[in-house]
Design a protein around this ligand. Sequence first.
Ligand code: ATP
Ligand code: MG
Length: 451
Amino acid sequence: MMLPAGFGGMVLPDRILYILGRLEDAGFEAYVVGGCVRDALAGRAVHDYDICTAARPDEVRSALAGCDIRDTGLKHGTVTLVLDHEPFEITTFRVDGTYSDGRRPDSVTFTDSVTRDLARRDFTVNAMAYHPARGLVDPFGGADDLRAGIIRCVGEPAERFGEDALRILRGMRFASRFGFRVEEKTALAMHALRQSLSNVAAERVRAELEGTLIGGGAADVLREYTDVLTVVIPEIAPCVGFDQLNPVHPYDVWEHTLHAVDAIDPEPVLRWTMLLHDLGKPPCFSPEGAGLRGHFLGHGLVSARMADVICERLRFPRALTGEIHALIERHDTAVGKEDADVRRLLRDIGVTQARRLVKVYIADIAAQSPDWAEPRLSRMRSLGRRIDEIAARGDCFELGTLAVDGGDLIAIGVPPGPAVGQTLRALLERVIDEPALNDRDTLLALAGEKP
Ligand code: ATP
Ligand code: MG
């Protein structure tokens, strides 16, 4: 088979060659398939290899007798082979049955044809298989689309999204991650079938949206598919086109949000925070002076509460929800000028979150008018440096590093019970204001002064 220009074949790890060899020796065609072929062709690092084969699951077992094989998704023809603690998925060539719920096939049928297996896959760039001797199997023009940077459905887009609405979000994720454009009919069908996303499991929606958010093309994709996004996060709809009536804000709330998403590092917690940080603006809006200027008093907290509801609905891990909430709640409140103010921030949210908060402030400002940005940006950068200095100096800002503990206080006569905690917190306040006080004798003397 002709390989695309510039593609010298995939260099497969020994373990993969071993697995393919054992299956082929037993008389079954076997290929690497999907994401690994796409990424290798594009010259990107491959993070995991999926294998597909004509062997049925029981035949995979006997072809690989003696290996550690686990039945992970037997119903869909997938077994997992564990080689030196590394898992490899081996899936039998299959044709998906009908989809009555738009979520998962009612049944799957095994087939001997790799082409038919590739035909059930979502996008042409994901529907390629490779074998070291037989080369690339690319019946749908995936290599051409990859070269041209196009996400295109295998087959009739409306049918494919009708079978499985999650593919709409997968299309957005791949477009964002690779900076690809979506082919026209595919894009039309994504818009047209967006309502069917309400049937998709929340965890999967979250995972695909997160993939879109951390991609290099996040803002462009979210702008183009705002109508899709608002099916799963309807709270965004009021932000679209919402004029902020403020010269600092040349953009409406949604356009500001998209710029802010793009302006921050592509880490999930930061990107989610920027996506949700201003949801409370429309409900908090109050006009001043005959509507000539807008105010959004308290929108940080309102947005944080709205984010909680969304995170719960999309089944975010609890810790992530808490981090997003804390950042959003504080994004519209400045940190004071004193080092003690910075230490209080560190007491409240910790060093990692405080560093993130600085990034949130900076991204927020970067998504506003450049005319007023510079002095504010430089204040934020200096806040970042002060956090680093305080952390490096080891200033005390939490009970764990206070020079006395509850036992010390009880030993000098503080009655066990709530008084211990109260006294510790009062001492911490003193130390936050004046780090030199964080010395055992000094603190015990201070505690002793208390009635
Ligand atoms: P990633 O690098 O994100 O893992 P991937 O292409 O490997 O990308 P996976 O979700 O791991 O994506 O899926 C592996 C392959 O299975 C895909 O390349 C595609 O061929 C197929 N696939 C996955 N999900 C679907 C789906 N919902 N509909 C059709 N085919 C799918
Ligand atoms: Mg994968």
